[in-house]
Every structure is written in structure tokens, then in C-alpha cells.
Design a protein around this ligand. Structure first.
Ligand code: NAP
Length: 520
């Protein structure tokens, strides 16, 4: 069986000893294994810092952007082969696989263009300068310079391509070398991409390293110039926060974690209207796409009590004929969950929610198209209905990371909607479907502090958006509270995490010349 290798200190290395097994979640057959035993992580980090860092920092934004464009093209040129790997190891349908892989190449291409716009500079001047003394000559600026360490990226199992690409894009453009570690269970796709990157010989030596398997003692070797960007469960995030390197060494940490995202249907939305159809389409897409294994997927569906029965019927009609099964087959919309552990967690999670909400779809036996009897980690689209959201706790707080969402009624007022949504305790994305400006205003003020992103569906854009579940590089991604308190992407903002802001004080003409600024 193939043993996935890590790329560290400029060479491919296979770990020794006992390995973790990667399986095909449709058939449960083992397809690869990974181990990092014996890898010298301290040396790997030093190599990235000392060899990759200076080489990247010597380049301008435009030159770093050219590297990103070349990486994006490599992914795109190998798209079909990568889609096959995502089907095999991730249980993705073709459409799910494209979502992940095109997300990676698209985000790299977006940051490539940003690099071009930032041009010949190697660091950013942050805001306007200010006079610091009585004389206008004593002046101050702030600069954002690349941090002199290494950026370690740890990703979740659900987006092996996009997770790698989006973090890599920001770090490399900012001028930091990267060590990227995907989740082991679905690492085959990330491993193929890493190999393509290395073989294409695009990046300067030391700018990119790749870990296939457990992180070993790697994080113990992080220091004050390094950063750690993590995506995964809140439990693992909490463990990372408590690491001595973070607590005592000021390692900069970004956490992207769980989220109980909500879609709110406004009281103004009439049955059958464009906004109404958009709402139903986007809710059902979030339940089925990637078998619901999206951190941005809608988990709670808030609908005015007056039409809760109607919405329930509409969603059941949209979801009941969805084909679940072998994701390689045409017509199958929902593939398996990625791992046996996910299957256990999702079944237990649905059980938990069913104590507070009734299951209206997804209970009992279901057909698995093209799957072997008793094999595969399948869960059908599951819809629950919570009659009494005030008595419920898990509906608001327990993320079931699968094809599952709960309808929650509210009285149609913005105050009640805000109160219920906030019970999720901090979220990545909230969506509101309404054409009523007063309702939208109330939602912006009431919900923004609890979200990284708010998405407003309305008639005017009904057929022009990919829905709230798609993370776009122009807007920030992350969320407060339960969602981890992190922030990624957001165009230029995404570079800040990998940069150090320093105040620069001195004689204005000297600073202007050094920073290549023109006096106004
Ligand atoms: P996980 O179990 O926390 O694992 C995430 C990553 O952390 C994996 O690469 C894992 O490596 C690594 N890891 C685990 N323990 C570690 C430790 N002690 N030290 C260092 N690294 C460690 O989460 P998951 O099951 O892969 O992901 C599912 C969760 O991620 C969901 O709750 C979902 O909401 C969240 N998620 C959030 C976002 C977001 O952007 N906010 C995006 C996607 C997913 P191994 O695989 O080798 O154990």
C-alpha cells in the first residue's frame, strides 16, 4: 500500500513505524497509509525559517503573486486527476470535489492578482503617517513586514485542497514560508497537490513543506516569530491555545472551529417569491453539498411560525428524492461521510438533537445507490423540527457535522430572531433572506458581533450568488466565540496575520525615501 511521504528540509521522507490508514469511505477499503515517525521536525522548521524565509522576503508582492498564479495553474491543469482522488479518499461527488479543488486554485489566483496590484513593494505601509512633534519633520508611520519565522498550517479533513490553498496563498504573498499539515484521514488529495507543487519547482527552496500524518513534536518548536493557523474542532483548538509555545512564547495563533450557522427567513418573504425559492434552494444545498461536512453549512433554519409547516413540506419535497450513495456515480448528490468516526459522531449527534426536535426526514432505512451492502459511511439528508427552541440547548450548541439541519420557528420579529441566532455562541456565517430594509438593518446590528460574515439573500441577487456556504477570498472567513475567534482571507486583510506591524518614527523626508512614499 502507498505510504504518503512528507516533504521536509527539501526532501521527501516517509515516516517509519506504525502508520495511520486512509480509507475509501464508500467501500471502507484501505487506500494509503501515513506516518511521520522519525521526522526531525525541529530541523524542518529551521529549514523553512532560514532557507525559505529570506528567499521569499527578497521577492516583491508582484513576484510572490506570480508564484501563486503558477501554483493555481498547476492545480487547474491536474483538475481531473485530483477530482478522482477527492472521490476516492474524501467520498466527494464530482461536484463536491470541484468545489474544494476549484476553491483552492481560485483563491490562489485571487491572491496572485492582489500581488500584481501591490506591485514592487516587499512590505506594506499601514495607513497614513502622522506628525509626532511640534515640528512637522518628526513623523511616524506604521509598516506591515513579513514575520521572520515559519507559518504552520493545520487543516481539517473536509477541505484538503481549499484549506491548503487558501492558507498558503495568504502566507506566501505576505512573505512567510509554510509548513502545511492536512488532516490525516483525507490527506491523499493534499499529498497529490503537494507533490505537484514540488515537482513543478515553482517555489524557492524552503518556502513550502508538507506533513503527511501526525504533527509529532513539531508545535513544541514554534517560537515568537512563527504563526500557527489551525482549522478543525473546537476541542483541538482549545488544546492548541494551551500549548506552552502559545502561552509563554507568544506564537501567533488563528483558530477556525465549529459553527452553528443559521439561515433566517424574513417575515416579509412571500411564498413562491424569488427570495423564498432562493432560501429553500440554498438551505437544501447546504444540507446535501459535501454531505453537510462544511464548516459554513446551515445548521439551524429559522422560519416565521406562520409558515413553518409549509417550509417543512417544501424542504422535505426537495430532499426526499436526493440520491445517496457511491459519489462516483452520475446522479448521486450525497456521498458518504469521510470517516467511520464521523459516521459515529453524526449518528450520535442526530440522536442527541432528536431529544429536543422531531426528525421529519431521514429516520429509518434509506437506499445507498451503487454501494455494497453494509459498507460505507452513509447518512441520508436529515431534517429535524424543534417546536420549543427555548427549551432546547443542543439544537443551538451541538454541531452535527453532516447532512443535517433543524427547523426552528420564531415569531417573525427581528428581536426574537436575533435572540435565537445568538444562542449559537459565535458563528462563521449567518444568512438572512429578506427584502425588507428595516429587518435587514436590525439583523446587521443584532447579528454582526456574533458572526464573521453575514449574507443577505434577496430578490435582486436571487440567481447570482453561490450561497452563504461558499467562502470567497474577498471577504473575511472566521468567527467569534465558538467559531474560534479567528480571521482568514478578506483580500489584503488576510496578509496581516503573517505580518508584523511596527511603528516607524523619524525625520519625514528620510522615512518617505526609505518607504518609497511621496510627500503629499
Ligand atoms: P480535528 O480532529 O480537530 O482535526 C483538525 C486537524 O488538527 C487535523 O489536521 C488533525 O490532524 C490536527 N490535530 C488533531 N489533534 C492535534 C493536536 N493535538 N495537535 C496538533 N494537531 C492536531 O477536526 P476535524 O475532525 O478534522 O475537522 C472537523 C471540524 O472542523 C468540524 O467541527 C468543523 O466545524 C471544523 N471546521 C472548521 C472550519 C472553519 O473554517 N472554521 C473549516 C472546516 C472544518 P490528524 O488528522 O492527523 O489527527
Amino acid at each position: 500500500m502507498e505510504r504518503l511521504a512528507s516533504y521536509v528540509s527539501g526532501a521527501w521522507v516517509s515516516g517509519s513505524g506504525k502508520a495511520a490508514t486512509l480509507v475509501n469511505p464508500t467501500t471502507e477499503e484501505p487506500i494509503a497509509e501515513a506516518s511521520t515517525e522519525g521526522i526531525d521536525f525541529a530541523r524542518a522548521l529551521s529549514h523553512a525559517r532560514d532557507v525559505g524565509g529570506p528567499r521569499l522576503r527578497a521577492l516583491s508582492f508582484a513576484q510572490r503573486g506570480e508564484l501563486l498564479l503558477a501554483l493555481s495553474r498547476v492545480i487547474h491543469a491536474n483538475r481531473d486527476a485530483l477530482i478522482d482522488v477527492a472521490i476516492q479518499n474524501g467520498g466527494n461527488t464530482r461536484s463536491d470535489a470541484k468545489f474544494d479543488i476549484d476553491g483552492a486554485s481560485g483563491t490562489l489566483a485571487y491572491y496572485a492578482e492582489l500581488g500584481k496590484q501591490l506591485g514592487d513593494a516587499r512590505f506594506l505601509v499601514d495607513g497614513e503617517g502622522e506628525k509626532l512633534g511640534r515640528s512637522p519633520r518628526f513623523f511616524g508611520y506604521h509598516v506591515l513586514v513579513p514575520r521572520a519565522g515559519v507559518a504552520v498550517h493545520i487543516n481539517a479533513f473536509n477541505f484538503p485542497a481549499w484549506g491548503l490553498g487558501e492558507k498558503l496563498a495568504c502566507a506566501l504573498l505576505a512573505g512567510m514560508p509554510v509548513v502545511s499539515k492536512p488532516a490525516t484521514s483525507t490527506a491523499l488529495l493534499a499529498s497529490r497537490i503537494a507533490r505537484l507543487f514540488v515537482e513543478a519547482n515553482i517555489l524557492p527552496e524552503g518556502a513550502f513543506s508538507f506533513i503527511a500524518g501526525a504533527p509529532g513534536d513539531m508545535l513544541d518548536h514554534l517560537g515568537g516569530q512563527d504563526v500557527l493557523a489551525f482549522t478543525g474542532s473546537a476541542d483541538t483548538g482549545a488544546r492548541l491555545r494551551a500549548m506552552p509555545a502559545v502561552v509563554h512564547g507568544s506564537v501567533r495563533l488563528n483558530i477556525e472551529a465549529d459553527s452553528l450557522n443559521t439561515a433566517v427567513l424574513g417575515p416579509d418573504v412571500a411564498s413562491g417569491s424569488d427570495t423564498y425559492r432562493m432560501f429553500l434552494r440554498e438551505v437544501s444545498r447546504d444540507i446535501t453539498q459535501k454531505a453537510g461536512q462544511k464548516c459554513t453549512a446551515i445548521r439551524r433554519i429559522l422560519v416565521p411560525s406562520a409558515i413553518e409547516a409549509e417550509i417543512k413540506d417544501e424542504l422535505v419535497a426537495l430532499l426526499r428524492d436526493v440520491k445517496v450513495g457511491d459519489p462516483a456515480l452520475e446522479g448521486v448528490t450525497v456521498g458518504p461521510l469521510a470517516t467511520a468516526a464521523q459516521l459515529r459522531d453524526i449518528r450520535a449527534g442526530i440522536q442527541k438533537l432528536s431529544a429536543e426536535a422531531s426528525i421529519v426526514l431521514g429516520d429509518g432505512a434509506f437506499q445507498r445507490v451503487g454501494a455494497q451492502d453494509g459498507k460505507g459511511y452513509f447518512v441520508p439528508p436529515t431534517l429535524l423540527h424543534c417546536k420549543d427552541p427555548d427549551a432546547a440547548r443542543d439544537v443551538h450548541q451541538h454541531e452535527v457535522f453532516g447532512p443535517c439541519a433543524t427547523i426552528v420557528p420564531y415569531d417573525g420579529s427581528s428581536a426574537r430572531a436575533t435572540d435565537l441566532v445568538r444562542r449559537g455562541g459565535g458563528m462563521l456565517v449567518g444568512s438572512v433572506y429578506s427584502d425588507d430594509r428595516a429587518f435587514v438593518t436590525d439583523m446587521i446590528f443584532g447579528l454582526s458581533p456574533y458572526h464573521g460574515r453575514l449574507y443577505f439573500g434577496s430578490e435582486k441577487i436571487a440567481d447570482q450568488t453561490p450561497g452563504p456556504g461558499t467562502v470567497l477570498p474577498q471577504s473575511v472567513h472566521g468567527g467569534p466565540g465558538r467559531a474560534g475567534g479567528g480571521e482568514e482571507l478578506g483580500g489584503r486583510r488576510g496578509l496581516a496575520f503573517y505580518s508584523h506591524r511596527a511603528a516607524i518614527q523619524g525625520a519625514r523626508p528620510i522615512l518617505e525615501a526609505a518607504l518609497d512614499l511621496k510627500s503629499s
